[in-house]
Design a protein around this ligand. Structure first.
Ligand code: TXE
Length: 468
């Protein structure tokens, strides 16, 4: 009998379904199918590829309710946030559709004036782009539509075949994505889902492929990069973060505190760019903390299928132990728990939203990714201290500064290593901007025109026309 993934509802701990996983023979076959089919897909006119992706986009909108319900059932994401994810994905798809032709267009970068002397002629230099070929997309569960579409939409539009391994935590959603793409006209052997755990992901990397686009944790990303290294293929890694915000002394404290609480606790803190550390200027520290805690205590925790629920269960049970260990370490070293601090007594993997003060960088909660509903708030005496603390991390995904002075904020952000810099906002992703990280937050970028070009090999043409 085939191995299965047991899909458990994190809010009820009930078994939803057993899904059979693909074994190594099936995986080998799927990669070969994609390899055989890819040249014909590359040769398919761009207009036909765009038409299929537009249909997919329309189906997402049409079926948003049922797709969101699946996502909520298997990950515990509150239904309003799940629906928001499904319905916001078309914005990214539209960006790719509108910009792919421009990225694919051949560019004549140099042309000599025509030489009239016999034996000479004219040199022309042109850049064209070819698809990578067969790319593997290993994906995370926390935003399967967003992080999936960031990869498979531009990959397909640029003529690649995609072998897609959704996370085992979002396998039902991954299967629904594949079914929708096939229904939209993407051939079955051009978008090929592989269902399985990390083992299936590792097995995929043993096959000859032309690129791996991974979204997930630093620890797994490192394994993926090492497994892919012998093939010398393109490796793109969108990894985690320990994202900081610094609140200067010149802000509207109430508005900023409410915005930052959302940045820290949306999707239960299970966002790659969730705020994980907040530094507050000493002059406004007390009122900031007071308003922040009030906001957090106002968040509705409960059944994720109810539209007004803001905090559902965690998507993975083992994460509760990670959080508990970080809290124990913090409290032992002097942190103060202003609210939360423990799991919630009800069925499901619930953890109360937790605000810590008196934190220091000697605590794991300020150094390691928490990926849960916990935030540490640290007092700082000036901008220099804030910059030093923001940079005191192995990660570098995003950084935010809140100030009424743009020059001050931009000056601070310019000194912080991060892929995204936010002034008076946080936890924000835009299709027009590259999504990228420094250090342990990854390699490469999705979104923006860079996130399309990353699926292409450039070719430099040296073209000489000779006069006879
Ligand atoms: O990651 P995991 P998760 C990050 C986020 C957090 C993580 C959460 O910050 O760190 O993702 O996602 C497969 N070889 N981002 O828990 O466990 C596994 O089956 C090959 C960053 O899902 O690393 C799953 O499909 N594959 C972000 C995938 O790897 C393997 C956006 C990820 O699993 C494998 C969203 C192996 N050896 C989340 N082992 C951003 N920066 O954009 C496991 N997998």
């Amino acid at each position: 009998m085939a191995d299965t993934i047991s899909v458990i509802n994190p809010a009820t701990e009930e078994l939803i379904k057993e899904i059979p996983v693909d074994d190594s023979v099936i995986i080998a076959d799927k990669v070969q199918q994609a390899r055989a089919a890819q040249p014909a897909w590359a040769a398919t006119p761009l207009a036909d590829k765009i038409a299929a992706i537009k249909t997919f986009r329309d189906l997402l909108v049409e079926r948003a309710d049922s797709l969101a319900a699946t996502l909520t059932a298997e990950t515990g994401k509150p239904i309003t946030q799940a629906k928001n994810e499904v319905l916001s994905t078309p914005q990214r798809i539209d960006f790719f559709i509108e910009n792919v032709a421009q990225v694919l267009a051949a560019q004549r970068v140099y042309q000599e004036p025509w030489q009239a002397v016999p034996g000479t002629g004219q040199l022309e230099e042109v850049i064209t782009y070819d698809p990578l070929g067969v790319v593997v997309n290993i994906s995370a569960w926390n935003y399967p539509y967003f992080v999936g579409a960031n990869v498979f939409i531009p990959a397909l539009l640029t003529g690649n075949a995609v072998v897609y391994k959704p996370s085992e935590i979002a396998a039902m959603t991954g299967s629904e994505i594949a079914a929708l793409l096939h229904e939209s006209g993407i051939p079955n052997d051009i978008f090929v889902p592989v269902i399985g755990t990390g083992l299936a992901g590792a097995t995929l990397l043993e096959h000859p492929i032309d690129g791996v686009f991974f979204t997930g944790s630093y620890a797994t990303g490192q394994k993926v990069a090492m497994a892919a290294a012998p093939q010398l293929i393109k490796v793109q890694l969108e990894l985690g973060g320990k994202d900081p915000a610094y609140v200067c002394d010149d802000v509207d404290v109430a508005a900023v505190a409410a915005g930052l609480a959302d940045g820290a606790f949306y999707n239960n803190g299970q966002s790659c760019c969730a705020l994980e550390r907040i530094y507050v200027h000493t002059d406004i520290y007390e009122p900031f903390v007071e308003t922040f805690v009030q906001t957090v205590q106002g968040f509705k925790l409960g059944d994720p299928t109810e539209p007004d629920t803001y905090l559902g269960p965690l998507s993975r049970k083992p994460q509760i132990s990670v959080i508990e260990q970080q809290l124990q370490d913090a409290v032992a070293k002097g942190a103060q728990v202003l609210c939360g601090g423990q799991s919630v007594h009800r069925p499901g993997w619930y953890f109360a939203p937790t605000v810590l003060t008196n934190v220091t960088h000697g605590m794991t909660v300020m150094g390691e990714e928490t990926f849960g509903p916990v935030i540490g708030i640290q007092r700082v005496s000036d901008d220099h201290e804030a910059v030093a603390l923001m940079n005191d991390t192995d990660y570098g995904l995003t950084a935010a500064v809140y100030s009424s002075d743009r020059a001050r904020a931009v000056g601070i952000l310019g000194q912080v290593r991060s892929g995204s810099a936010y002034w008076n906002c946080c936890d924000r992703v835009s299709p027009q901007l590259p999504w990228t990280g420094r250090n342990h937050s990854g390699i490469g970028s999705t979104l923006s025109t860079l996130g399309i070009a990353n699926f292409l090999h450039p070719r430099g043409w040296h073209l000489k026309r000779y006069r006879k």
